[in-house]
Ligand binder design. Structure first.
Ligand SMILES: [Zn+2]
Length: 584
């Protein structure tokens, strides 16, 4: 016989975050974090320094104010801040405690938080602290909305039926589930048997029925690649803004920024669908099928990986391809976008300086910290990664006569590493999978194009699909200066100087104000250069740090490429098969 006495059954630890917005007009979130049934006498609370998917240490703790801890009776506890993002709490008498702090939230980007009287957008990594070593604990989130806020859009579970009470099974999911609160438009629909919800924040000229129809097409195409969709529900938070852009992927949701009135013109709407396709594809590629370094996360430090060209680059390759597969782009338009991307990469001097794997590794200090010289020293793992994904897809299609593609590599990797082994993949494992499906060694491909900076043999790869790459600039004999400018308050200011151009060689500097070229006001700089020929001399009058000087420059031929892709006249059956399997 067992006699249970009071106290013999231990209550499980419980974390409750209560959020209120009494000073929404001043952009404050008041956070109260209650912790019950924790045995530790001292605990460390951490706030992440970065948010997964956006590889920059952003120091979210800079927005924390008035941190205080209390015991069960309400008596203030001793606390000590031990690192920029760590608070230590000394709790001698009782196992329960409560902390209170405020978060200043006035940055409307997909990776930060924003509060005003109309709505709140919350990223968990920015506001929720976790007990170090206890990230596995579940938590409850109670929201006290500001007046007029009626809806909550998030992928967090709402067990009670009260939309303002949410729960999370662990910290990783809490940090990875943004929350939108306000009186926004909500579009619910089912696709692939899964409940999807779109929160449209900030108005805009979108058509609800079209959104449902078109999102469904994208979701169907993407699910086809893996043959399964692992989400129980999925939330799109769309911030419609006057200026901005981009998106951030999460496990069961995404936040994107779209231009408020971009829904009615075909090209901008297709661009928006490309962004949706990109973020949605991440629910497989990155959020589940992921490089080893990307989960479980170290929230205190940089998490280094050489594989962002797969995580982001492949996703960028697929985004427009899904828009094509769903029937929004014609084959011609799609090929135009591919050719534009090749031109973009080949016109970046940094493509010859920074290998793709290094671009990924240094994302924390370079890609996310661009400066005036970035174009000369770095290459985007999105743009180049997308091109590399395209080439690998063509290689596999060619080797398998159109029967297998990069789709099969991702499907295999998803099943093997996410589903079976339940872990991230190493660089070697991805290479081995690509080689297995292509049936050839990719040593040379990796050493030239991923770990090296050799120019990709585009002609060879596009020829696999019976496509010819032509440079529309090849026959032109245009002059180039090589200084990019921006006109601010009537001043023509140099924003970047491209390596290998006359501006670089003759010493035109970033921040120079170009006043005149050959005694003609610089407002018409582009027109003046367009009238010149390579080899012509010009006098550039600039202001630099308040001093005026004239710089003599000899113009050069514009060596920038402007590629187009066209079908060759008589493709072989094999080339046709590759083309069809790629473009459909
Ligand atoms: Zn992405």
């Amino acid at each position: 016989m067992i006699i249970l006495t009071a106290g013999s059954v231990k209550a499980s630890p419980k974390i409750t975050y209560s959020l209120s917005f009494e000073e929404a007009q001043a952009h404050y979130i008041d956070v109260e974090m209650s912790v019950d049934n924790i045995e530790n006498k001292t605990v460390e609370l951490h706030l992440p320094v970065w948010t997964p998917g956006s590889y920059l240490v952003r120091e979210f703790s800079k927005s924390i104010e008035g941190f205080k801890a209390f015991d069960k009776s309400g008596k203030e506890l001793k606390t000590e801040k031990t690192r920029k993002n760590i608070w230590k709490i000394y709790n001698d008498k009782s196992s329960d405690f409560k902390v209170k702090y405020r978060v200043y939230a006035f940055e409307l980007t997909v990776r930060t938080c924003f509060v005003d009287v109309s709505h709140a957008y919350l990223n968990g990594s920015n506001i929720f602290m976790y007990i170090n070593g206890m990230q596995e604990l579940p938590s409850e989130i109670k929201i006290r909305p500001y007046k007029g806020w009626k809806k909550v859009s998030t992928s967090l579970e709402n067990k009670s039926g009260d939309p303002f009470t949410l729960s999370s099974p662990n910290y990783d999911i809490l940090a990875d589930s943004p929350i939108e609160i306000g009186d926004h438009d909500v579009i619910d629909f089912t696709a692939q048997g899964i409940k999807h919800s779109v929160a449209m924040v900030g108005g805009g000229n979108y058509d609800k029925e079209k959104i449902v129809k078109d999102f469904t097409k994208i979701i169907d195409e993407e699910t086809k690649v893996f043959g399964k969709n692992p989400c129980k529900n999925y939330t799109f938070i769309v911030h419609n803004v006057a200026s901005g852009g981009g998106g951030l992927e999460h496990l069961n949701s995404t936040t994107v920024q779209a231009l408020r009135f971009s829904y009615t013109t075909e090209s901008s709407y297709n661009g928006f669908l490309g962004l949706i396709a990109h973020e949605y594809f991440h629910l497989w590629n990155v959020k589940r099928l992921r490089p080893v370094a990307l989960g479980p996360f170290d929230y205190d430090n940089e998490n280094y990986t050489r594989a962002l060209w797969i995580a982001e680059g492949f996703t960028a390759f697929y985004d427009n391809l899904f828009v094509r597969r769903a029937g929004f782009y014609t084959p011609e338009k799609y090929l135009e976008l591919v050719a534009n991307e090749v031109s973009l990469v080949e016109n970046s001097p940094g493509n010859k300086i920074q290998p793709l794997s290094e671009s990924s590794f240094d994302a924390w200090i370079k890609y996310y910290r661009r400066n005036e010289n970035s174009v000369n020293s770095t290459i985007s793992y999105y743009d180049k990664g997308s091109i590399v994904g395209c080439m690998l897809n063509l290689e596999i299609l060619h080797q398998t006569k159109g029967k297998q593609s990069l789709d099969d590599v991702l499907k295999y990797m998803y099943e093997e590493y996410y589903e079976k082994q339940k872990r991230g993949f190493t660089d070697e494992e991805m290479k081995a999978a690509l080689e297995k499906i292509a049936g050839i060694s990719l040593d040379e491909f990796y050493s030239k194009y991923i770990n090296g900076t050799e120019t990709i043999d585009y002609i060879k790869y596009f020829n696999y699909a019976g496509l010819k790459l032509t440079d529309h600039n090849a026959t032109k004999n245009e002059a180039i200066l090589g200084a990019n400018t921006n006109t601010t308050n009537g001043k023509v200011l140099v924003t970047s100087v491209i390596a290998g151009t006359p501006a670089y060689q003759y010493g035109i500097n970033v921040n120079d104000e170009i006043i005149a070229i050959d005694n003609i006001r610089a407002d018409d700089a582009a027109k003046i250069i367009a009238m010149k020929k390579p080899g012509d001399k010009i006098n550039v009058l600039v202001t630099r740090d308040g001093m005026i000087r004239t710089i003599e420059v000899v113009l050069d031929k514009n060596k920038n490429v402007k590629y187009a892709l066209q079908k060759i006249e008589k493709p072989t059956e094999e080339q046709e098969a590759v083309y069809k399997a790629w473009i459909r």
